[in-house]
Design a protein around this ligand. Structure first.
Ligand code: CP3
Length: 349
Protein backbone atom coordinates (compact mmCIF):
# COMPACT_ATOMS: atom_id res chain seq x y z
CA UNK A 1 0.00 0.00 0.00
CA UNK A 2 1.13 3.50 -0.77
CA UNK A 3 1.70 5.83 2.10
CA UNK A 4 -0.27 9.06 2.03
CA UNK A 5 2.25 11.79 1.16
CA UNK A 6 3.16 14.17 3.97
CA UNK A 7 0.76 17.04 4.27
CA UNK A 8 1.67 20.66 3.74
CA UNK A 9 4.98 19.90 2.12
CA UNK A 10 6.28 22.82 0.06
CA UNK A 11 8.33 20.44 -2.09
CA UNK A 12 5.31 18.34 -3.05
CA UNK A 13 3.26 21.46 -3.66
CA UNK A 14 5.91 22.81 -6.02
CA UNK A 15 6.10 19.47 -7.81
CA UNK A 16 2.31 19.63 -8.22
CA UNK A 17 2.73 22.96 -10.03
CA UNK A 18 2.07 25.43 -7.23
CA UNK A 19 4.08 28.56 -6.55
CA UNK A 20 5.43 28.89 -3.01
CA UNK A 21 6.91 31.87 -1.23
CA UNK A 22 9.46 31.04 -0.01
CA UNK A 23 10.19 28.22 -2.46
CA UNK A 24 11.27 24.86 -1.06
CA UNK A 25 15.00 24.15 -1.00
CA UNK A 26 17.13 21.02 -0.93
CA UNK A 27 20.66 20.45 -2.25
CA UNK A 28 21.85 17.73 -4.56
CA UNK A 29 24.28 15.49 -2.66
CA UNK A 30 23.31 17.27 0.54
CA UNK A 31 24.71 14.39 2.59
CA UNK A 32 28.41 14.15 2.05
CA UNK A 33 31.98 15.07 2.72
CA UNK A 34 31.45 18.80 3.38
CA UNK A 35 29.79 17.75 6.66
CA UNK A 36 32.16 16.82 9.54
CA UNK A 37 29.52 14.44 10.91
CA UNK A 38 29.53 12.63 7.53
CA UNK A 39 33.31 12.34 7.54
CA UNK A 40 33.15 10.93 11.05
CA UNK A 41 30.77 8.11 10.01
CA UNK A 42 32.61 7.60 6.71
CA UNK A 43 35.95 7.10 8.47
CA UNK A 44 34.56 4.05 10.27
CA UNK A 45 33.59 2.14 7.13
CA UNK A 46 36.21 1.30 4.55
CA UNK A 47 33.91 0.55 1.64
CA UNK A 48 31.58 3.29 0.42
CA UNK A 49 29.18 0.70 -1.03
CA UNK A 50 29.01 -1.01 2.37
CA UNK A 51 27.97 2.34 3.80
CA UNK A 52 25.15 2.57 1.25
CA UNK A 53 24.11 -0.99 2.15
CA UNK A 54 24.06 -0.56 5.93
CA UNK A 55 20.60 0.86 6.70
CA UNK A 56 21.39 2.18 10.19
CA UNK A 57 24.33 4.21 8.87
CA UNK A 58 22.72 5.23 5.58
CA UNK A 59 19.65 6.44 7.47
CA UNK A 60 21.83 8.43 9.84
CA UNK A 61 23.67 10.03 6.89
CA UNK A 62 20.36 10.86 5.18
CA UNK A 63 19.17 12.68 8.30
CA UNK A 64 22.41 14.56 9.06
CA UNK A 65 21.83 17.55 6.76
CA UNK A 66 18.23 17.86 8.03
CA UNK A 67 19.42 18.16 11.62
CA UNK A 68 21.76 20.97 10.71
CA UNK A 69 19.82 22.91 8.10
CA UNK A 70 16.27 24.10 7.45
CA UNK A 71 15.87 21.99 4.31
CA UNK A 72 12.54 21.01 2.75
CA UNK A 73 13.43 17.47 1.69
CA UNK A 74 15.69 14.56 2.50
CA UNK A 75 17.28 12.41 -0.21
CA UNK A 76 18.05 8.81 0.58
CA UNK A 77 21.74 8.16 1.09
CA UNK A 78 22.87 5.76 -1.60
CA UNK A 79 24.55 6.00 -5.00
CA UNK A 80 23.49 5.61 -8.62
CA UNK A 81 26.09 2.85 -9.10
CA UNK A 82 24.38 0.51 -6.66
CA UNK A 83 22.22 -0.61 -9.60
CA UNK A 84 25.09 -2.01 -11.73
CA UNK A 85 26.34 -3.69 -8.57
CA UNK A 86 22.89 -5.24 -8.09
CA UNK A 87 22.99 -6.49 -11.70
CA UNK A 88 26.18 -8.38 -10.99
CA UNK A 89 28.88 -5.95 -12.14
CA UNK A 90 31.87 -5.42 -9.90
CA UNK A 91 31.75 -1.86 -8.49
CA UNK A 92 34.23 -0.25 -6.14
CA UNK A 93 34.90 3.24 -4.90
CA UNK A 94 38.61 3.85 -4.68
CA UNK A 95 39.61 6.40 -2.05
CA UNK A 96 39.95 9.83 -3.69
CA UNK A 97 39.51 8.37 -7.18
CA UNK A 98 35.81 7.88 -7.60
CA UNK A 99 34.07 4.78 -8.87
CA UNK A 100 35.85 1.84 -10.50
CA UNK A 101 33.81 -0.78 -12.30
CA UNK A 102 34.87 -3.84 -14.24
CA UNK A 103 34.07 -2.44 -17.70
CA UNK A 104 31.49 -4.26 -19.79
CA UNK A 105 32.18 -3.51 -23.41
CA UNK A 106 30.61 -6.32 -25.39
CA UNK A 107 27.50 -8.41 -25.82
CA UNK A 108 28.90 -11.29 -23.79
CA UNK A 109 29.63 -9.20 -20.71
CA UNK A 110 26.28 -7.46 -20.99
CA UNK A 111 24.59 -10.84 -21.37
CA UNK A 112 26.02 -11.93 -18.02
CA UNK A 113 24.23 -9.14 -16.16
CA UNK A 114 20.86 -10.09 -14.77
CA UNK A 115 17.97 -9.04 -12.57
CA UNK A 116 17.83 -12.25 -10.54
CA UNK A 117 19.55 -10.92 -7.45
CA UNK A 118 18.72 -7.22 -7.88
CA UNK A 119 15.84 -6.97 -5.44
CA UNK A 120 17.82 -8.74 -2.75
CA UNK A 121 20.91 -6.60 -3.38
CA UNK A 122 18.90 -3.38 -3.21
CA UNK A 123 16.83 -4.35 -0.16
CA UNK A 124 19.09 -2.41 2.26
CA UNK A 125 18.14 0.82 0.44
CA UNK A 126 14.46 0.07 1.05
CA UNK A 127 15.16 -0.54 4.71
CA UNK A 128 17.07 2.75 4.87
CA UNK A 129 14.02 4.50 3.44
CA UNK A 130 11.69 2.90 5.99
CA UNK A 131 13.95 4.00 8.82
CA UNK A 132 14.29 7.55 7.51
CA UNK A 133 10.57 8.03 6.91
CA UNK A 134 9.90 6.94 10.48
CA UNK A 135 12.34 9.56 11.77
CA UNK A 136 11.63 12.56 9.54
CA UNK A 137 9.58 15.47 10.85
CA UNK A 138 6.05 15.89 9.45
CA UNK A 139 6.00 17.67 6.12
CA UNK A 140 9.57 16.76 5.12
CA UNK A 141 9.32 14.33 2.21
CA UNK A 142 12.00 11.82 1.33
CA UNK A 143 13.26 11.80 -2.25
CA UNK A 144 14.26 8.46 -3.74
CA UNK A 145 16.50 8.34 -6.80
CA UNK A 146 18.32 6.41 -9.46
CA UNK A 147 20.73 7.24 -12.24
CA UNK A 148 19.22 7.52 -15.70
CA UNK A 149 19.95 4.50 -17.91
CA UNK A 150 22.31 6.51 -20.15
CA UNK A 151 24.42 7.91 -17.30
CA UNK A 152 24.64 4.56 -15.51
CA UNK A 153 25.54 2.85 -18.80
CA UNK A 154 28.42 5.30 -19.35
CA UNK A 155 30.00 4.17 -16.08
CA UNK A 156 29.28 0.51 -16.81
CA UNK A 157 30.93 0.62 -20.23
CA UNK A 158 33.91 2.83 -19.35
CA UNK A 159 34.48 1.45 -15.88
CA UNK A 160 34.88 4.95 -14.45
CA UNK A 161 33.81 8.55 -14.91
CA UNK A 162 35.17 10.31 -17.98
CA UNK A 163 35.19 13.69 -19.71
CA UNK A 164 33.36 12.74 -22.87
CA UNK A 165 31.91 9.25 -22.26
CA UNK A 166 33.67 8.13 -25.44
CA UNK A 167 33.43 4.42 -24.57
CA UNK A 168 29.65 4.40 -24.22
CA UNK A 169 29.14 6.73 -27.17
CA UNK A 170 31.28 4.59 -29.44
CA UNK A 171 29.56 1.37 -28.37
CA UNK A 172 26.19 3.06 -28.95
CA UNK A 173 27.24 3.98 -32.52
CA UNK A 174 29.03 0.77 -33.40
CA UNK A 175 26.70 -1.79 -31.91
CA UNK A 176 23.30 -0.30 -31.36
CA UNK A 177 21.66 -3.66 -30.61
CA UNK A 178 24.06 -4.49 -27.80
CA UNK A 179 23.94 -1.02 -26.30
CA UNK A 180 20.13 -1.05 -26.52
CA UNK A 181 20.11 -4.33 -24.60
CA UNK A 182 22.10 -2.71 -21.81
CA UNK A 183 19.81 0.33 -21.76
CA UNK A 184 16.69 -1.89 -21.72
CA UNK A 185 18.05 -3.86 -18.78
CA UNK A 186 18.75 -0.63 -16.91
CA UNK A 187 15.27 0.68 -17.65
CA UNK A 188 13.75 -2.44 -16.16
CA UNK A 189 16.07 -2.61 -13.15
CA UNK A 190 15.69 1.11 -12.42
CA UNK A 191 11.90 1.00 -12.70
CA UNK A 192 11.70 -1.88 -10.19
CA UNK A 193 14.14 -0.01 -7.96
CA UNK A 194 12.17 3.24 -8.00
CA UNK A 195 8.82 1.52 -7.44
CA UNK A 196 10.28 -0.31 -4.43
CA UNK A 197 11.63 2.99 -3.06
CA UNK A 198 8.14 4.49 -3.27
CA UNK A 199 6.62 1.43 -1.60
CA UNK A 200 9.20 1.82 1.18
CA UNK A 201 8.14 5.44 1.73
CA UNK A 202 9.76 7.82 -0.77
CA UNK A 203 7.35 10.66 -1.69
CA UNK A 204 9.15 11.95 -4.78
CA UNK A 205 11.85 10.64 -7.12
CA UNK A 206 14.75 12.11 -9.03
CA UNK A 207 16.40 10.58 -12.10
CA UNK A 208 20.02 11.80 -12.38
CA UNK A 209 21.18 11.99 -15.99
CA UNK A 210 24.50 13.57 -15.09
CA UNK A 211 26.14 12.81 -18.44
CA UNK A 212 23.26 13.78 -20.72
CA UNK A 213 25.33 16.64 -22.14
CA UNK A 214 27.27 16.58 -25.37
CA UNK A 215 25.13 14.13 -27.34
CA UNK A 216 23.84 15.06 -30.80
CA UNK A 217 20.08 15.57 -30.75
CA UNK A 218 19.10 12.24 -32.26
CA UNK A 219 21.34 10.33 -29.85
CA UNK A 220 19.99 12.40 -26.99
CA UNK A 221 16.44 11.45 -28.04
CA UNK A 222 17.39 7.81 -28.34
CA UNK A 223 19.54 7.27 -25.25
CA UNK A 224 18.35 9.94 -22.79
CA UNK A 225 14.74 10.87 -23.56
CA UNK A 226 13.33 7.53 -24.74
CA UNK A 227 14.69 5.31 -21.93
CA UNK A 228 13.74 7.89 -19.28
CA UNK A 229 10.26 8.04 -20.74
CA UNK A 230 9.92 4.25 -20.63
CA UNK A 231 11.31 4.15 -17.12
CA UNK A 232 8.79 6.74 -15.98
CA UNK A 233 5.92 4.93 -17.72
CA UNK A 234 6.84 1.71 -15.94
CA UNK A 235 7.05 3.47 -12.56
CA UNK A 236 3.78 5.34 -13.00
CA UNK A 237 1.99 2.17 -14.10
CA UNK A 238 2.64 0.87 -10.57
CA UNK A 239 2.68 4.06 -8.45
CA UNK A 240 0.66 6.53 -10.48
CA UNK A 241 0.88 9.66 -8.35
CA UNK A 242 4.56 9.78 -7.56
CA UNK A 243 6.18 13.03 -8.77
CA UNK A 244 9.41 12.52 -10.72
CA UNK A 245 12.14 15.11 -11.28
CA UNK A 246 14.41 14.60 -14.28
CA UNK A 247 17.93 16.08 -14.22
CA UNK A 248 19.47 15.99 -17.71
CA UNK A 249 22.70 17.73 -16.80
CA UNK A 250 24.39 19.51 -19.67
CA UNK A 251 21.44 19.07 -22.05
CA UNK A 252 21.48 22.77 -22.95
CA UNK A 253 18.81 23.66 -25.50
CA UNK A 254 17.73 19.99 -25.57
CA UNK A 255 16.39 20.40 -22.03
CA UNK A 256 13.23 21.77 -23.62
CA UNK A 257 12.63 18.60 -25.65
CA UNK A 258 13.39 16.54 -22.60
CA UNK A 259 10.84 18.52 -20.54
CA UNK A 260 8.22 17.93 -23.23
CA UNK A 261 8.92 14.30 -24.05
CA UNK A 262 10.55 12.46 -21.13
CA UNK A 263 7.40 12.36 -19.01
CA UNK A 264 8.97 14.09 -16.01
CA UNK A 265 6.89 16.12 -13.56
CA UNK A 266 9.68 18.61 -12.97
CA UNK A 267 12.98 19.54 -14.52
CA UNK A 268 16.27 19.81 -12.66
CA UNK A 269 18.29 22.59 -14.31
CA UNK A 270 22.06 22.63 -14.30
CA UNK A 271 24.24 25.67 -13.71
CA UNK A 272 24.77 26.47 -17.38
CA UNK A 273 21.10 27.08 -18.26
CA UNK A 274 20.30 30.83 -18.31
CA UNK A 275 17.65 31.65 -15.71
CA UNK A 276 15.58 33.82 -18.09
CA UNK A 277 15.53 30.94 -20.59
CA UNK A 278 14.53 28.50 -17.84
CA UNK A 279 11.66 30.81 -16.90
CA UNK A 280 10.46 31.44 -20.45
CA UNK A 281 10.98 28.03 -22.04
CA UNK A 282 10.94 25.45 -19.27
CA UNK A 283 8.95 26.76 -16.32
CA UNK A 284 5.99 27.24 -18.66
CA UNK A 285 6.09 23.48 -19.28
CA UNK A 286 6.92 21.98 -15.87
CA UNK A 287 8.04 23.06 -12.39
CA UNK A 288 11.77 23.73 -12.37
CA UNK A 289 14.56 23.05 -9.89
CA UNK A 290 18.01 24.56 -9.67
CA UNK A 291 20.46 26.01 -10.50
CA UNK A 292 22.99 27.75 -8.24
CA UNK A 293 26.61 27.11 -9.21
CA UNK A 294 28.10 24.74 -6.57
CA UNK A 295 31.38 26.66 -6.91
CA UNK A 296 29.66 29.90 -5.97
CA UNK A 297 28.47 28.11 -2.86
CA UNK A 298 32.13 27.36 -2.16
CA UNK A 299 33.20 30.95 -2.84
CA UNK A 300 30.47 32.69 -0.83
CA UNK A 301 30.39 36.46 -0.29
CA UNK A 302 28.49 39.15 -2.16
CA UNK A 303 28.53 37.27 -5.47
CA UNK A 304 26.73 34.39 -3.81
CA UNK A 305 24.08 36.68 -2.31
CA UNK A 306 23.55 38.40 -5.63
CA UNK A 307 23.15 35.21 -7.60
CA UNK A 308 20.72 33.70 -5.08
CA UNK A 309 18.58 36.85 -5.39
CA UNK A 310 18.69 36.69 -9.19
CA UNK A 311 17.56 33.07 -9.21
CA UNK A 312 14.78 33.82 -6.72
CA UNK A 313 13.62 36.83 -8.73
CA UNK A 314 13.64 35.03 -12.06
CA UNK A 315 12.17 31.69 -11.00
CA UNK A 316 10.40 32.35 -7.69
CA UNK A 317 7.16 33.59 -9.21
CA UNK A 318 6.35 30.19 -10.73
CA UNK A 319 6.56 26.57 -9.58
CA UNK A 320 10.13 26.33 -8.37
CA UNK A 321 12.45 24.36 -6.10
CA UNK A 322 15.69 26.03 -5.11
CA UNK A 323 18.70 23.76 -5.55
CA UNK A 324 22.23 23.69 -6.89
CA UNK A 325 22.98 23.19 -10.58
CA UNK A 326 25.03 20.09 -9.67
CA UNK A 327 26.05 18.28 -6.48
CA UNK A 328 27.52 20.14 -3.53
CA UNK A 329 31.32 20.04 -3.38
CA UNK A 330 33.30 18.61 -0.47
CA UNK A 331 35.11 21.92 0.13
CA UNK A 332 31.86 23.87 0.66
CA UNK A 333 31.90 25.97 3.86
CA UNK A 334 28.93 25.16 6.07
CA UNK A 335 28.23 28.84 6.73
CA UNK A 336 27.65 29.40 3.00
CA UNK A 337 25.01 26.69 3.00
CA UNK A 338 23.37 28.36 6.00
CA UNK A 339 23.53 31.71 4.24
CA UNK A 340 21.80 30.44 1.08
CA UNK A 341 19.06 28.72 3.05
CA UNK A 342 18.38 31.87 5.07
CA UNK A 343 18.25 34.01 1.90
CA UNK A 344 15.80 31.59 0.30
CA UNK A 345 13.65 31.38 3.43
CA UNK A 346 13.51 35.18 3.61
CA UNK A 347 11.79 35.30 0.23
CA UNK A 348 8.23 36.58 0.49
CA UNK A 349 5.47 36.69 -2.10
O1 CP3 B 1 22.29 13.59 -2.51
C1 CP3 B 1 22.58 12.88 -1.54
O2 CP3 B 1 22.97 13.34 -0.46
C2 CP3 B 1 22.38 11.38 -1.66
C3 CP3 B 1 23.56 10.68 -1.99
C4 CP3 B 1 24.13 10.58 -3.39
C5 CP3 B 1 25.45 10.10 -3.58
N1 CP3 B 1 25.66 9.96 -4.93
C6 CP3 B 1 26.40 9.79 -2.50
C7 CP3 B 1 27.85 9.77 -2.78
C8 CP3 B 1 23.58 10.80 -4.66
C9 CP3 B 1 22.23 11.37 -5.03
C10 CP3 B 1 24.55 10.39 -5.61
C11 CP3 B 1 24.33 10.44 -7.06
C12 CP3 B 1 25.45 10.18 -7.97
N2 CP3 B 1 26.49 9.30 -7.80
C13 CP3 B 1 25.56 10.75 -9.27
C14 CP3 B 1 24.56 11.69 -9.88
C15 CP3 B 1 24.71 13.08 -9.39
C16 CP3 B 1 25.95 13.79 -9.83
O3 CP3 B 1 26.70 14.22 -8.96
O4 CP3 B 1 26.16 13.92 -11.05
C17 CP3 B 1 26.74 10.24 -9.85
C18 CP3 B 1 27.28 10.59 -11.22
C19 CP3 B 1 27.31 9.33 -8.92
C20 CP3 B 1 28.54 8.49 -9.09
C21 CP3 B 1 29.57 8.80 -8.09
N3 CP3 B 1 29.48 8.47 -6.75
C22 CP3 B 1 30.80 9.44 -8.29
C23 CP3 B 1 31.28 9.99 -9.62
C24 CP3 B 1 31.45 9.49 -7.06
C25 CP3 B 1 32.86 9.98 -6.79
C26 CP3 B 1 32.94 11.44 -6.83
C27 CP3 B 1 32.44 12.03 -5.54
O5 CP3 B 1 31.63 12.96 -5.61
O6 CP3 B 1 32.90 11.57 -4.53
C28 CP3 B 1 30.61 8.92 -6.10
C29 CP3 B 1 30.86 8.76 -4.65
C30 CP3 B 1 29.85 9.30 -3.70
N4 CP3 B 1 28.49 9.20 -3.86
C31 CP3 B 1 30.12 9.95 -2.47
C32 CP3 B 1 28.87 10.25 -1.89
C33 CP3 B 1 28.62 10.89 -0.56
C34 CP3 B 1 31.50 10.19 -1.87
C35 CP3 B 1 32.07 8.90 -1.41
C36 CP3 B 1 32.95 9.04 -0.20
O7 CP3 B 1 32.53 9.59 0.82
O8 CP3 B 1 34.07 8.51 -0.26
Amino acid sequence: MLRVPPVRSPLLRALAGQTNAPPPIWLMRQAGRYLPEYREVRSKVSSFLDLCRTPALAAELTLQPLRRFDLDAAIVFSDILIVPHALGQKVEFAEGEGPRLEPIGDARAIGRLNLDNADHALAPVYETIERVVGALPQGIPLIGFCGAPWTVATYMVEGHGSKDQAGARLLAYRDRTTFQRLIDLLVEASADYLVAQVRAGASALQVFDSWAGGLPEDEFARWCIAPTRRLIELVKAKVADIPIIGFPRGAGALAERYAKAAGVDALGCDTSLPVDWIRDRLQSLVPVQGNLDPLLLVAGGKELDRRVQTILEMLGSGPFIFNLGHGIRPETPIENVERVISLVKAQRA
